[in-house]
Design a protein around this ligand. Structure first.
Ligand code: ATP
Ligand code: MG
Length: 263
């Protein structure tokens, strides 16, 4: 379970408005939460705190009742823009988290320069994911030679390469066109269902939030805060757009976001 209490972040030591102010959020294990809100309301900031990139904050962030420790907690993180390293191949990018965390590795007997390499379990997990996402043939390519959709899938494999307990995704589908976006969300859910790690998805798309989020967290800005949390009645519905409730839920979210923007 992820529990956030009274989380406040200020990037400039109080010279500017808080990027997040008094944010409270609880997430059950294995739950997917979609976070939506206008640009600048602190969505990425929230993920960066949980992902351990921002450590200067006030408040409490606990994982299963213990203060967040990004060295111990296994957290997969897809940053806004994917953050793939251009000088590393697809496979090297995918294995980066295991190398940094020094898990899922074995001694390399073949080379005295590279001491530790991915073990069989890690390799088969990563290869399996690459194949499942239909990019298994791209493992030796560099990110610059890939399409947007392929890069997005590599970022997903990399985040899942060490079977994380928490997955953080910052607008993972936003660079894709509408059709690819729907397809990518579908593929994501298919892969996600295999280990159901607690997931936070940041999105600007109301449909994506309805399709993926069990809870939908609507954030407001100036200062960044949680405005409303909706238990999504359409969660898990394949044909959610055909559902009687769809228009109602869509407009409810839209109005909440608009109200924030008008302030
Ligand atoms: N490194 C930084 N230094 C100073 N201010 C920052 C920094 N990063 C973000 N901010 C400010 O914090 C606020 C929240 O930013 P954040 O990136 O979390 O927003 P967001 O909701 O993710 O926006 P978007 O939807 O555009 O990605 C904004 O006002 C932004 O200008
Ligand atoms: Mg952002």
């Amino acid at each position: 379970m992820i529990s956030i209490k009274n989380l406040t972040v200020n990037y400039n030591n109080k010279q500017e408005m808080n990027a997040l102010e008094k944010v409270d959020l609880t997430m059950e294990k294995g739950e997917i939460v979609a976070v939506i809100g206008a640009s600048g309301c602190g969505k990425s900031t929230l993920l960066k705190v949980i992902g351990g990139i921002i450590t200067n904050y006030q408040g409490v962030v606990e994982i299963d009742g213990i203060p967040l420790n990004t060295k111990k907690n296994l957290i997969g993180y897809i940053p806004q823009g994917y953050g793939l390293l251009p000088w590393k191949t697809v496979m090297e990018n995918c294995l980066l988290p295991v190398k940094i965390r020094k898990i899922g590795l074995k001694n390399n007997k073949k080379s005295i320069f590279t001491r530790r390499v991915a073990d069989e379990k890690t390799k088969s997990l990563v290869k399996g994911l690459l194949n499942e996402l239909e990019i298994g043939n791209l493992s030796k390519r560099y990110p610059v030679t890939l399409s947007g959709g392929q890069r997005q899938r590599v970022a997903l494999v990399r985040a899942l390469s060490f079977s994380p307990q928490i997955l953080l995704m910052d607008e993972p589908f936003s660079a894709l066109d509408a059709i690819m976006r729907d397809e990518a969300a579908e593929i994501f859910l298919k892969v996600w269902k295999q280990n159901r790690c607690s997931t936070i998805l940041v999105t600007h798309s109301i449909d994506e939030a309805i399709y993926i989020g069990k809870k939908i967290v609507i954030m407001g800005n100036s200062p960044g805060r949680i405005k409303r949390i909706i238990e999504n009645p359409l969660y898990g519905e394949e044909d959610y757009k055909e559902h009687d409730n769809y228009k109602k839920v869509y407009h409810l979210i839209k109005e909440e976001i608009r109200e924030v923007e008008k302030r």
